[in-house]
Design a protein around this ligand. Structure first.
Ligand code: ADP
Length: 762
């Protein structure tokens, strides 16, 4: 089908498409158009990765806006929102204005009312509905990207309920759902009252297989020799093999740290295949990468990019990601080592895909868990560059013959799992029932059941018995905790319940926090960190061997600080959870005591991204705790705010004023403080040479910091570094372990911080 044959679009759209290389619609796209996707019809498109789902969404949104409507594009990951926005901005010549909703959970972002297309995550849309954003009523088209994620136990229910709510608010809403190929896509289509477009078509053929020993065995029985030398890793042999034919590879691994390590080894292979011109271009690219930010990630990435490889994970900034992706598409970078999360949504086709790790650590599972077939198939789908490769190759790696058989069974020959609603899981039910009542979607038990009848869960269950019983027990829970009141038939949210819903908390987290705060007179930061760490909204660190003893000891040392009753050692499961929360809280405490990040990662056996993740979650939960304390008129609100600020900035109390200045992080703040510049006011007055010295002689940085602190003349021209501070520049002792140098909070655990390790030797 030629784009000119598509009805419902503004004229000129086919020209824009042609300019970006789209002359003909791909068959699944044509099928979606035949199903009426540009005429306002709802469509579920279940097609393989890289077969052009995004264009289906764009055609739907363009035509909807052309008819005077407004579209919402729901992304599966926040990190993808800006990429999608940039993609859709190519329609600005047609008067389509794109907005991205990234604000915090409590705002209704009214300015989005003026945008024609809004891009947001499902959590964000859910919270916009909860906070009553008026423009939600104006939507005419909603696109759910990667709708098969309704199957995800933690995030799926939000997507599911959000779609149900949007469809309830706007009965005529066009729903376009994009899905990977799953067997029961028809159920999803039935649920959304949509036409199903299902296809296995791909723009490039795909061959899948397993490497074992000295060869890849493909599903069709053919073999390709890829010998592995002594001491060589199979991944390296596979990379070398593709490179010798001029092809690129995408390697999937299971963690950020592994992605970085694999990229270093990938670079060892790639650098032997580079031409002189490529080396020059890569050196320039590496400079650009290093210039993006002043972080270790920037430097590490630049170091591998220079040698033809890159890592790609959610810890990269958007700028890093686009530099890496563009250079890979331009065939300058030869190897990308990626974690699966992001790569699934990013368009980076390559000759060969290597799925190196097919297991990933899973806290709930309690160990390494095999990836779902669907997820691995999505990685496979990145193989084969249209117009460049005769076919794509996707390869798993087996250590022995049994593993090879297992990988064939599990991934190469298997069908992906069916999509199953996870809404009946307790946390999901608690959260969504409260929100549904609080935002007025339902006012009675039967109203609730009526609303839930629009979910995939209802569409997939026989009868209503299970649903009714989950609803009843959840309502009892919400009433018992004072979030909801029942008056005969009528169900309403209490003031507390409204707050909890708007704060986007799991009601169980809120209940735990409220109980703990009611108990607290003058809570310590550790006490507060522990309180939020034991809520279901915090993903706790798990205990490794030896940790039980270590943290039991700490638990008794700091017993006075905990908010709430410490479970007895005989309540096995509860006690264990208490200790896991304590370990997590200790990580936060270390962070707020300026322990160096590297030491924290080593001490707790986690990656830098995990530290960031815990800190962000703690900041959000403590912010919510502060709001609850205010709502309940509790004295501890100030202590909560302070604990929040300290963990957010990763500093001791005395640095909070300095870290309030933009551009001053924990390390810079500590160096300034040690040089005698102790506050924002000091920054306005201090000797410039002292400031410059504390900021390691970086003039531009110093100028920006002074400017941000409100200094009238921030210029560093002619200023040189003060003697005393210049001496301290060598080595990398910057701010690290301020803990060991300073007196500390005076709390009992300070001595414990000197322990070399807590048993985390993995
Ligand atoms: P998916 O979302 O299905 O994984 P994308 O929408 O990212 O796939 O599309 C993959 C690539 O195919 C993109 O680079 C896109 O520009 C290109 N593409 C999409 N439709 C066509 C088409 N009809 N003709 C040529 N290229 C296309």
């Amino acid at each position: 089908m030629n784009p000119t044959d598509v009805s419902g679009l503004p004229s000129g759209v086919p020209d824009v498409l042609r300019e970006s290389g789209i002359e003909e619609l791909y068959p699944p796209q044509a099928a979606a158009v035949d199903a009426g996707v540009t005429e306002g019809e709802s469509v579920v498109a279940s097609v393989p990765t890289a077969s052009g789902k995004t264009l289906v969404a764009e055609l739907a949104m363009l035509s909807s806006v052309h008819r005077g409507g407004k579209a919402l594009y729901v992304v599966p990951l926040r990190a993808l929102a800006s990429e999608k926005k940039a993609e859709f901005e190519r329609w600005s010549d047609f008067g389509v204005e794109v907005g991205i909703s990234t604000g915090n959970y409590e705002s209704s972002e009214e300015w989005l009312a003026s945008r024609d297309v809004v891009v947001a995550t499902s959590e964000k849309v859910d919270s916009l509905v909860r906070n009553g954003a008026p423009w939600i009523d104006d939507l005419t088209c909603v696109v759910a990207d990667e709708v098969h994620l309704v199957d995800d136990p933690s995030r799926g229910p939000t997507l599911e309920v959000t779609l149900a709510k949007l469809r309830r608010i706007n009965p005529g809403l066009q729903t376009v759902a994009l899905s990977a190929t799953v067997d029961n896509a028809d159920e999803v289509a039935d649920w959304l009252d949509a036409e199903l477009v299902k296809s296995d078509w791909r723009p490039v053929d795909l061959r899948t297989g397993v490497h074992y020993g000295d060869a890849i065995t493909f599903a069709d029985g053919e073999q390709r020799e890829v010998p592995v030398g002594r001491g060589e890793r199979p991944t390296a042999a596979l990379l070398d093999d593709t490179l010798s034919e001029g092809g690129s590879s995408l390697v999937f691994v299971n963690s950020r740290r592994n992605a970085e390590a694999a990229a270093r080894r990938g670079a060892d292979v790639a650098e032997d295949h580079l031409t002189d011109d490529e080396r020059d271009d890569l050196a320039a690219l590496a400079d650009e990468v290093a210039g993006v930010s002043d972080t270790e990630t920037s430097e590490d990435l630049a170091a591998v990019v220079e040698r033809g490889a890159a890592f790609h994970h959610a810890g990269l900034s958007a700028e890093h990601r686009s530099l890496v992706e563009d250079a890979f598409r331009d065939r300058l970078l030869k190897v990308i080592c990626a974690t699966p999360t992001l790569a699934a949504g990013v368009n980076t086709p390559s000759r060969r895909v290597i799925v190196r790790d097919w297991r990933r650590y899973d806290g709930e599972f309690g160990g390494m868990k095999p990836l779902d077939t669907l997820e691995v198939h999505q990685m496979f789908g990145r193989a084969g560059r249209p117009g460049l490769d005769p076919y794509g190759e996707a390869v798993l790696i087996a250590k022995d013959h049994d593993a090879m058989d297992q990988l064939f069974d599990r991934y190469v020959e298997a069908e992906p799992e069916p999509v199953q609603s996870k809404l009946a899981r307790e946390p999901a039910m608690r959260t969504h029932l409260l929100a549904t009542v609080a935002s007025g979607f339902a006012r009675t038990r039967s109203g609730l059941l009526d609303f839930l009848d629009r979910t995939l869960y209802a569409a997939q269950s026989e009868g209503t018995e299970r649903l009714e019983s989950v609803v009843d027990s959840t309502l009892d829970y919400l009433v018992a905790n004072d979030f909801v009141e029942r008056d005969g038939e009528e169900i309403t949210a209490t003031a507390l319940g409204h707050t909890v819903s708007r704060l986007y908390l799991d009601p169980m987290s809120a209940a735990e926090i409220v109980d703990g705060l009611r108990d607290a007179e003058d809570p310590s930061p550790l006490g507060l960190y522990h309180l939020v760490c034991r809520t279901p909204d915090m993903y706790e660190l798990y205990l490794k061997s030896g940790d039980r003893e270590t943290y039991t000891e700490r638990c008794y040392e700091r017993e006075d600080e905990f908010l709430g009753r410490v479970p007895s050692e005989f309540e096995d499961v509860r006690f264990e959870e208490w200790l896991s929360a304590l370990k997590t809280a200790k990580l936060l405490e270390d962070w707020a005591r300026e322990v160096d990040e590297d030491r924290i990662t080593e001490r707790y056996g986690v990656g830098p991204g995990d530290v960031r993740g815990k800190v962000d979650t703690a900041e959000w939960l403590l912010g919510a705790a502060e709001r609850l304390a205010v709502e309940l008129d509790l004295d501890c609100a100030v202590a909560v705010r302070e604990a929040k600020k300290r963990v957010a900035d990763g500093v001791r109390e005395e640095l909070l004023d300095l870290t309030g200045v933009r551009g001053v992080g924990r390390k810079r703040a500590r160096r300034l403080y040690e040089a005698g510049v102790e506050s924002r006011a000091d920054l306005r007055e201090a000797e410039k040479s002292v400031v410059l010295g504390a900021l390691r002689g970086r003039e531009r940085t110093a100028e920006r910091v002074l400017e941000n602190a409100g200094r009238e003349d921030p210029s560093m021209e002619g200023v040189s570094v003060a003697e005393a501070s210049a001496d301290g520049e060598d080595g990398d002792g910057d701010g690290s372990d301020a803990d060991t140098r300073r007196a500390g909070d005076g709390s009992a655990a300070d001595s414990g911080d000197q322990q070399a390790s807590l048993g985390d030797f993995e």
